[in-house]
Design a protein around this ligand. Sequence first.
Ligand code: S3P
Length: 187
Amino acid sequence: MKEHLKISKTIVLVGLMGAGKTIIGQKLATRLNFDFVDADDEIEEAAGCRISEIFTRYGEASFREGEKRVISRLLVGPAHVLATGGGAFMDEETRLQISKLAISLWLKADLEILLRRVARRSHRPLLNNVNKRETLKRLMKERHPFYSKADIIINSGRNSSDVTVEDAINKLKNFTFKSKHYFPGAI
Ligand code: S3P
């Protein structure tokens, strides 16, 4: 079902690795009739290599610069649903630009849920060859205070992705209605 809700701004999904930004982002985009863009894919496309290679060859700082540039470019383009990598919202300028141009939505998930989701994947350099539980615990501590600045907070992983998307739509309706980024009527 397409939503009878037209939002004029890009919706930026933030949250830790394994929070479900891609799956929820894709479903949300379908419901809102928006394009879905994954910032990590765009970074890989711009760099011509995988994120793990960027980390190994050039280091994390270089990845962060590329991430910032790519997100900045995407934010000034047409409205869409944008899934960002877990570290993107830590950057102050990125946060500022998101707060001006977009609606931010934190997909908040428990440690056990994150661990379950990242367990079998090896494409995330920050979680390779380390204790995933301890690393995620540390990142939660470091990053949650920043994610909590998002416009909307959604619990992710306790329910099915469809229920989570429904929750996101309802909170978006509320938020956009209050902040006037909302046009009633069918798309
Ligand atoms: C990172 C998260 C990754 C990716 C990179 C760094 C992070 O994206 O951007 O590996 O710092 O949390 P996902 O959150 O989509 O896994």
